[in-house]
Design a protein around this ligand. Structure first.
Ligand code: CDP
Length: 210
């Protein structure tokens, strides 16, 4: 029997990363936050003083990534989320990252992956797909709290603008746009705290894997 493969997608700061982590811990599965791949690709370009639209350099940076080598504090800043969404719009960059993600998903024990195109492109055969959403205002509030906890400036209005801009760029791009797979279960976490969202996600996974 093949393992449990859980695909979680959703827009910026929807809570998909937290849910993916909690589900991975619950089922004792490895977890890949695929947003980090795009953040790390953007970061490699910026560190070299290169432009985000330098596709050739971006592809080389994407191919050179090592999954075990991410500097979380540096990658999870507000600016790096924005830069990630710029490099993520290049089809060649996405193509360079596909094998790494599919190899991770192919582990015998199963896996949890979260991102924007896991259910649609990376793992169309996942055991279960959840598309996590929340209102832009709620997401901006959560991101502001998260950034403040990391010591970063967290102006709510500016973050709300970021969130809306990123939604538009991620949903409007031609390559693997952010959208729910036809067979994904929608989970709106606007009025749910982490515990309630986790219980709802767990119920979805349990009924799909039965
Ligand atoms: O944590 P947050 O939801 O803000 O962002 P993230 O998941 O780290 O992703 C950062 C950016 O990478 C997104 O805005 C997307 O443009 C891109 N991304 C993507 O295109 N495909 C994925 N599977 C994951 C992230």
């Amino acid at each position: 029997m093949s393992g449990l493969l859980i695909a979680i997608d959703g827009p910026a700061a929807s809570g998909k990363g937290t849910l993916a982590r909690l589900l991975a811990a619950h089922f004792n599965l490895p977890h890949l936050d695929t947003g980090l791949l795009y953040r790390a690709t953007a970061c490699a370009l910026l560190d070299e003083g290169l432009r985000l639209d330098d596709t050739e350099a971006a592809v080389a940076a994407a191919r050179g990534l090592s999954l075990t080598d991410f500097d979380d504090a540096k990658l999870r800043t507000r600016g790096m989320g924005e830069a990630a969404s710029v490099v993520a719009a290049h089809p060649q960059v996405r193509a360079a990252l596909i094998d790494m993600q599919r190899n991770f998903a192919a582990r015998e024990e199963g896996a949890v992956l979260d991102g924007r195109d896991i259910g649609t492109v990376i793992c169309p055969n996942a055991t279960v797909k959840i598309f996590v959403t929340a209102s832009p205002e709620t997401r901006a509030q959560r991101r502001a709290l998260e950034l403040a906890a990391r010591g970063e400036d967290a102006d709510y209005a500016a973050i709300l603008t970021d969130v809306r801009k990123r939604d538009e760029r991620d949903s409007g791009r031609g390559a693997a746009p952010l959208k729910a797979a036809d067979d994904a279960v929608l989970l709106d976490t606007t009025d749910l705290d982490i515990d309630a969202a986790f219980r709802a996600a767990l119920a979805v996974v349990e009924s799909a894997s039965r």
